[in-house]
Design a protein. Structure first.
Length: 198
């Protein structure tokens, strides 16, 4: 297979052919079997060093232009395979290395999960006098289970709080409930869990 892509940012074993990249994109849609945005697809391949950003973006656009993938509805950022895309994934899947397929699928699922967490739970950062206010909310479906705001002196801390909140919003909720109900056993269990995460 001819190498016809830029290899900047690609790890050993990554893809250097546009055909491989297009095939992997169709494979991901068939394998994950959920609508995904272009951003998720591009980041899934980039994070694992499987393909260059510009090449992946270009291949995605090629697939959309030729009717192999399409938005799930008009103006939606979410795409899925058309029957042509599924056919590409089925017929050419064996041309992709198993490790490439596994790494890309694992990363796509992880990014989808993170996206769902960020959709369900919100963090906003607002400039305040002499610092920033970080506003966090944890969703319980059609209502907020918990809202809180924190003052921090600089944007670096604000962004760190946002990042850590999105990693495990449920833990923040559990900590608050345990502290407010003075449930020492729950607090101990949460601290043990936090220690294993750190």
């Amino acid at each position: 297979m001819a190498f016809d892509t830029f290899d900047e940012g690609i790890n050993l074993g990554g893809m250097r052919s546009k055909t491989e990249i297009r095939t992997l994109i169709c494979y991901l849609y068939r394998s994950v079997n959920l609508p995904m945005s272009k951003e998720i697809i591009v980041n899934a391949l980039m994070e694992k060093g499987l393909a260059n950003y510009f090449e992946t973006s270009s291949c995605f656009d090629d697939l959309a232009r030729h009717g192999n993938i399409e938005p799930i509805e008009e103006n939606s950022p979410l795409y899925h395979n058309t029957p042509n895309g599924d056919m590409i994934a089925t017929q050419l899947e064996d041309t992709l290395a198993p490790t490439v397929k596994e790494r890309a699928t694992e990363c796509a699922l992880s990014l989808l999960k993170q996206q769902q967490v960020e959709n369900d739970n919100k963090v906003t950062i607002e400039k305040a006098e002499n610092g920033y206010t970080v506003n966090c909310s944890i969703s319980g479906g059609d209502m907020d289970l918990l809202r809180f705001s924190l003052y921090v002196p600089d944007i670096t801390q604000a962004r760190l709080i946002r990042k850590n909140f999105y990693k495990n919003p449920e833990m923040f909720y559990s900590v608050m409930i345990a502290m407010l109900t003075r449930n020492k056993r729950a607090v101990t269990e949460i601290l043990d869990e936090l220690g294993s995460v750190i």
